[in-house]
Design a protein around this ligand. Structure first.
Ligand SMILES: Cc1cc2nc3c(=O)[nH]c(=O)nc-3n(C[C@H](O)[C@H](O)[C@H](O)COP(=O)(O)O)c2cc1C
Length: 213
């Protein structure tokens, strides 16, 4: 790379002992912090410019045949965000909690839509885009939630999505108000996420050695 980023990072990580001046968190740190969050702090209002910075990662990601057929709409606090919130399902794995808890609802969203044919490549592009945007959000001190359980018609109508476009996903963004961690489990164990008495959200993840075949 032109700015020798990788060489600099390698030198930082391998400098051994002494004080290491990390300018950025490592990819492992970003991934660890990138937990799905369903409860957000109201004292942090996400600005449209922050959502635009997150969306801008899409100028740097892979895309099948480099088609780049995904389009994005940032939505911040207001009637449009309220309409989205009414049309999404969060935490269906814990129905008794009726997430999000009152007072912790997300207020900022990125809608992802496309007018392209919905083939497998488009959905691979979608996954790459969503994860990239989430990692960018985490690098900015925010978190998010991929939401695919939503009332498509409700959002498309309320947000006046162009008729030739189809809404593919809703990404909630905000400052986390939750404690979330991962729990390594053997392949074949329950993968259902759960909350303990203190409200900490635990996400079972298949341990690395069990991912090999
Ligand atoms: C394609 C996809 C769709 C998802 N849809 C929803 C959703 O509609 N509502 C929700 O609360 N979480 C949704 N999630 C979040 C998952 O439940 C979450 O990724 C999973 O519980 C693991 O937690 P983690 O993201 O913290 O690792 C979705 C995640 C993915 C990748």
């Amino acid at each position: 790379m032109a700015d020798n980023y990788l060489e600099k990072r390698y030198a930082e990580i391998n400098s051994g002992g002494g004080r290491t001046a990390y300018s950025n968190p490592s990819i492992d740190t970003l991934l660890a912090r990138n937990r799905s969050v369903r409860g957000y702090r109201k004292d942090n209002v996400v600005k449209i410019q922050q959502l635009e910075r997150i969306i801008a990662v899409n100028t740097k990601v892979a895309s099948a045949r480099n088609r780049q057929a995904l389009r994005f709409r940032p939505v911040t606090q207001g009637p449009e965000a309220d309409a989205i919130l009414k049309s999404v399902v969060m935490g269906a794995g814990l129905p008794e909690l009726h997430l999000p808890l009152p007072g912790t609802e997300p207020e900022a969203f990125i809608l992802v839509a496309s007018s392209a044919e919905e083939d497998q490549n488009l959905f691979i592009d979608l996954g790459i885009s969503l994860q990239s945007m989430l990692l960018k959000a985490v690098s900015m001190g925010l978190n998010g939630l991929i939401i695919r359980a939503f009332n498509r018609e409700g959002i498309e109508k309320a947000l006046e999505i162009p008729k030739d476009m189809r809404l593919l996903c809703v990404l909630a963004i905000g400052k986390s108000g939750e404690k979330v961690d991962t729990v390594p489990v053997d392949s074949g164990m329950s993968l259902a996420y759960y909350r303990d008495a203190e409200g900490t959200h635990h996400v079972p993840k298949v341990k690395a050695e069990d991912l090999l075949f």
